[in-house]
Design a protein around this ligand. Structure first.
Ligand code: HEC
Ligand code: HEC
Length: 322
């Protein structure tokens, strides 16, 4: 009897051990970083700055923010310095800390290694990135836009400070080894096709990530762009995302294109930086201070695309009275 138990237990141990070995040797299953040097032309750096600050808003997740200003712009001296912790209290499986992506931390990285991190989700040392970093979306964009961001990242002011490690709970820490994959870059649609181009921008900006309800594992559970996702900061609800589908009663169906653009353009970044939102008063996680820098053409294309998504009836109270 004891012998059989030993054989069965031993067998399970071999299978489990084998599975671990595969997880750690075969995965993440992505190609080596390319050995390339991305030329840092002025046009490319300018485009990269626009994308990183106003469209992709890399700066939003990768900078500590002013908690007492409306829509929480980044602390100037810490831009791209990382250190934003996404915690269990916010519903995440562990403590995920955004990395320092300024030259203070990435100086030794090759351009190919940075591209791979952004678009395939693997760090320089082969560690898989937690998919809060939207690498799955970035891997479907135009390679030139990613190159532009990398060119810009080389010229931003270095922030020199260490960041605590990301710690992901079991079993997600194992499962996320399966998630990185090689990018499938494609040419971006022409702005003359505003719906297709707007869709590209919405993917770039991650509007759907916040405006669709999701569960604790990050899986989308609500209808796309239907809103209602709750954003918690320790000890309180900050806001719920709005319904941005074209439903007339509960979404933005009654908004004109001009009204939509004006909603983004009504305040400049400087205005947000001068707009206090003391704790206990309404504040939002939507980086209005960043998106306000988008061109009216790009915002117009986003509007055109959002007109084409399925309307969803969902009345959302974005800010709860307290
Ligand atoms: C929604 C938030 C979010 C956005 C937007 C975002 N990131 Fe990240 N990024 C993260 C988090 C969180 C991590 C750390 C993940 C981890 O430690 O597993 C990360 C990791 C990285 C890394 C890996 C660094 C390292 O040391 O391994 C790079 C490079 C990076 N991001 C670049 C970018 C760039 C460039 C953009 C914009 C194109 C961007 N990120 C947009 C959240 C974000
Ligand atoms: C980090 C999460 C986040 C991201 C990313 C985000 N939003 Fe929002 N958005 C919110 C939240 C929360 C609200 C509700 C509070 C508020 O009005 O700021 C909101 C509100 C809105 C509103 C309603 C404003 C009103 O006056 O009723 C619109 C329109 C909107 N978002 C569009 C977008 C678009 C377009 C994008 C992508 C370019 C986007 N959002 C990206 C979180 C986000």
């Amino acid at each position: 009897m004891g012998k059989w138990v030993a054989i069965v237990v031993g067998g399970i141990a071999v299978v489990v051990g084998g599975a671990f070995a595969v997880l750690y040797t075969v995965f993440p299953m992505v190609s080596e970083a390319e050995s390339i040097r991305i030329e840092r032309s002025t046009d490319r750096v300018t485009r990269g700055q626009y994308l990183a600050q106003h469209v992709f808003v890399c700066i939003d997740c990768h900078s500590e923010r002013e908690p007492d200003l409306y829509s929480m712009p980044p602390i100037r001296s810490l831009e791209f310095g990382g250190g934003v912790a996404y915690t269990r209290e916010m519903g995440l499986p562990g403590t995920i800390v955004s990395r320092n992506i300024s030259p203070g931390a990435l100086r030794e990285w090759s351009d190919g290694e940075i591209v791979r991190a952004i678009a395939a989700g693997v760090s320089r040392d082969g560690r898989p990135l937690f998919p809060l970093m939207p690498y799955h979306a970035y891997g479907t964009l135009d390679r030139e836009d990613i190159n532009a961001v990398v060119a810009y990242m080389r010229v931003i002011t270095p922030v020199n400070r260490p960041i605590p490690d990301t710690k992901v709970d079991f079993p997600v820490n194992l499962l996320m080894r399966l998630m990185p994959r090689d990018p499938t870059f494609r040419t971006k649609p022409h702005p003359r096709d505003p719906v297709a181009y707007g869709r590209y921008l919405v993917t770039s900006a991650g509007c759907g990530d916040c405006h669709t309800q999701r569960d604790a594992q990050g899986n989308l559970t609500g209808p796309e762009f239907g809103g209602g996702q709750e954003f918690l900061v320790p000890e309180r609800l900050l806001a719920r995302s709005a319904n941005i589908t074209p439903d007339t009663d509960t979404g933005i169906g009654a908004w004109t294109k001009d009204a939509f653009i004006a909603r983004f353009k009504s305040r400049t970044e400087a205005d947000y930086r001068a707009m206090p939102a003391p704790r206990g008063q309404p504040n939002t996680v939507m980086p209005w201070w960043g998106y306000t820098g988008m061109t009216p053409e790009d915002l117009g294309a986003i509007y055109e695309y959002l007109r084409t998504v399925a309307p969803v009836k969902n009345q959302v109270v974005t800010f709860e009275a307290r």
